[in-house]
Design a protein around this ligand. Sequence first.
Ligand SMILES: *Cc1c(COP(=O)(O)O)cnc(C)c1O
Length: 436
Amino acid sequence: MSRTRSLEAFATAQKFMPGGVNSPVRSFRNVDTTPPFIAKGKGSHIFDIDGNEYIDYVLSWGPLILGHADADVVAAIREQAQYGTSYGAPTELETEIAQKVQTFFPAIEMIRLVSSGTEATMSALRLARGYTGRDKIVKFVGCYHGHSDGLLVKAGSGAATMGVPDSPGIPSEIAADTLTIPYNNPDAVKELFAQYGDEIAAVIVEGVAGNMGCVLPQPGYLPLLRELTQKAGALLIVDEVMSGFRAAAGGACECFDITPDLICLGKVIGGGLPVGAFGGKREVMGKLAPQGPVYQAGTLSGNPLAVTAGLATMNKLSADRFTELAAKTETLCQGLEAAAQEAGVPIIVHRIGSMFTVFFNEHEVTDYDTVATSHLDEFNVYFLAMLEAGVYLAPSQFECGFMSLAHTDEDIRQTLDAARKAFQKVAAFREHKGRK
Ligand SMILES: *Cc1c(COP(=O)(O)O)cnc(C)c1O
């Protein structure tokens, strides 16, 4: 597979943009290669500027649940575009999408539309702080909630730690209000609440963790977070930017029967255009400007073109389609497990709904520290072999794969063919490394 033109394009891009990209993970840096530059996408496939074709399990990092350039979504965008793309004034489309989202997420009694997941979580936290009059927030190591200052923080150890920023440029006073503890650890969160309970504005959690690879909450974990926050007068914010419409139609909240105070959405609700949202209890949302004092605004919030793409996408998502999507994902994951077993490569596959991760690990993974014990070098061998075989996966062990409704049985068959060969390469690599 030649990627000469992509290499040239990447070299040029690096002259004008840091690292040649507008979002770091696109650079393929941590898998020791360079990224294909994409010319177009159709259905489950993307095509690079050298004419190579790939089966796409990244799907723009989750949003494209119908696949690329779905005919109905494209038609809806075209139709809307001729009436203008932004007014900065109310439209009926916004009420329509608010009602539509509520059919999937009944806990969202009122909503505020924004333009990204980062904006959704950042604004939800401001609202939680404004509502409770408290400053501290709790997040979990390995959970990603976008790149706002207070959320770009993880703990250095397993113990409850005052936040230390992950990036230069984040004031330490801001990071200090972020308390970080390991995911899926009931004792850690109980201890934290015993110590700081009355200072905590909110706990923010990925209902299903997707940004350390797909890691499910253990039974009783989310209910424990609900119970502790309620007792302490803190809010529970479930970040469903990834898990919404993916773990299930109604996200992790539906899977694990949780009613949080606030839910954050993004990715699928924009159908491939920039939409994010946060919403929840009427009483809490009522504190948001202009109804209440907590300020939040956006020139392009509720943008008609983006809302149209989101609506056109959600309008095609019936219960049957979610069943179909989950079944396809299950078929793929079972095939991957069988292929790895055949090759003698130990892996752990996690799946919920249409999100999944193959962990190169002999042992079960339940939080960031256990995920970090995975063999990243084996992942790289697998990733590169799959890419060469025309299967486009997220370039990191710490990411999820996604299935779309456009993926066919033939796509899955081809993917598994590629995987059998890729796992053979991993097996040879393991032997070379002396791993049993
Ligand atoms: C992607 C993601 C975000 C950030 O969304 P952006 O649109 O990239 O700003 C926030 N939370 C979770 C769980 C995500 O997966």
